[in-house]
Design a protein around this ligand. Structure first.
Ligand code: AMP
Length: 141
């Protein structure tokens, strides 16, 4: 497996070199909106420390990321009035991974909906509004 590349897009977001619609962070993890959301409220959860994916992550990295995934899933159910959550996670190119810094996708879902096709950029105002909605929900608890 290839080595971790510190110039991947998510590493640049972590260093503040690229902008992101930030939702939440703690000591170990960061959450921001996916810019090509497959559903309204589609977010990404990443560790703050480097690893490519599940295959080279430490148990501590996985534990902290999954704890944040659960916290965001609960908040997303409320913020987006969702009826379910789809989690996605891809490992290496053959596994469908495009950005090589570990991330979990959180997709709020509603009964009978279908996910949008990949590769469609969202309106920045919508991403901003969805990030704000999540932040407000997390503050209220
Ligand atoms: P994958 O590695 O297959 O999980 O896909 C990477 C995901 O990152 C896709 O859902 C992209 O829409 C998303 N993405 C790519 N660049 C950015 C970015 N600058 N900010 C937020 N999400 C991004």
């Amino acid at each position: 497996m290839a080595h971790y590349d510190p110039n991947n897009i998510f590493a640049k977001i972590l260093r503040g070199e690229l902008p992101a619609y930030r939702v939440y962070e703690d000591d170990d993890t960061l959450v921001f909106m996916d810019i090509m959301p497959r559903s309204d409220g589609h977010m990404l959860v990443i560790p703050k420390t480097p690893c490519r994916n599940v295959l080279d992550a430490s148990p501590a990295q996985l534990a902290s990321v999954l704890a944040t995934v659960q916290k965001m899933s609960h908040a997303a159910m409320q913020a987006f009035d969702a009826q379910g959550i789809t989690l996605q996670q891809f490992n290496e190119e053959a596994g469908g991974q495009e950005v090589f810094h570990l991330h979990f996708h959180i997709l709020p879902r509603h009964d009978g909906d279908t996910v949008r096709p990949p590769g469609e950029m969202a309106d920045p105002a919508v991403l901003q509004a969805h990030a704000e909605k999540m932040r407000a929900t997390l503050e209220i608890g």
